[in-house]
Design a protein around this ligand. Structure first.
Ligand code: HEM
Length: 206
């Protein structure tokens, strides 16, 4: 069994902290949105926990961006344009049917690149695309008294609420797909163990 150290401690602390905060935000967000159900948190408490978790998530996100800029983890987020379309086709067809026919993985983890092209695009899109929108719309909510009355001729709090809710739903969708995809490594738990210990262990490492 070969091993590569691909998930440094700072990244694991960020990741699991972020996951916990995200689940807290979903639960408290749902508690405010559907206010009143038995399984939900009381509204006023949900507001306080949601705001605190949102602030901590922002701090974590800034840490993630700085960490990626200052360490070599950032290299895994650089898209290789050469062969991009072919890699995408190979990866999509693997997830769509190859995986169900026990075909070999089209992608192999290396020290230079730990993500396949779909993971790379989804992590890039989530961390540098959706998360900034979630965070900015969250902070706009927090400081809503300072927002202009209207944005694009619509009530600005409504615009902010729609952006926040839509991005939150997209991130929940990402999380469901993310949890499925992490089970499709060499074994069911290869990727989970890697994010827990830092070491990616596989028979077929090159
Ligand atoms: C209970 C929830 C979660 C579980 C069990 C989980 C699990 C994992 C695992 C096992 C990995 C390593 C395998 C891989 O790289 O594909 C990973 C990586 C990653 N996850 Fe999650 N995750 C969760 C929540 C989240 C959330 C909420 C986000 C973002 C909003 C997220 C973003 C990421 C990113 C960006 C990486 C790659 C980090 C890097 O290596 O640079 N995860 N996750």
């Amino acid at each position: 069994m070969k091993a590569l150290y691909l998930y440094p401690l700072w990244l694991r602390i960020w990741h699991w902290g972020n996951a916990l905060l995200f689940l807290t935000l979903v639960y408290t967000g749902a508690s405010m949105h559907f206010s009143g159900g038995d399984w939900l948190m009381p509204f006023r408490l949900a507001v306080r926990v949601h705001n605190t978790a949102g602030i901590l998530l922002t701090v974590g996100w800034i840490g993630f961006v700085i960490g990626n800029a200052m360490t070599d983890n950032g290299r895994h987020y650089l898209i290789r344009v050469h062969g991009l379309i072919n890699n995408l086709i190979d990866q999509i067809s693997y997830y769509a049917h190859g995986i169900f026919q026990n075909k070999p993985h089209p992608f192999h983890v290396t020290a230079e690149l730990k993500f396949n092209v779909l993971q790379q695009l989804s992590y890039l899109g989530v961390m540098y695309g959706l998360m900034p929108f979630l965070i900015l719309s969250g902070w706009s909510f927090l400081f809503s008294p300072y927002l202009p009355e209207t944005l694009w001729d619509l009530p600005s709090t409504w615009v902010v609420a729609m952006i926040h809710l839509t991005v939150a739903y997209l991130l929940v969708l990402f999380l469901l797909v993310h949890i499925y995809i992490i089970t499709t490594g060499e074994t069911l738990t290869t990727n989970l163990k890697a994010m827990l210990t830092g070491w990616h262990r596989e028979e077929s490492l090159r």
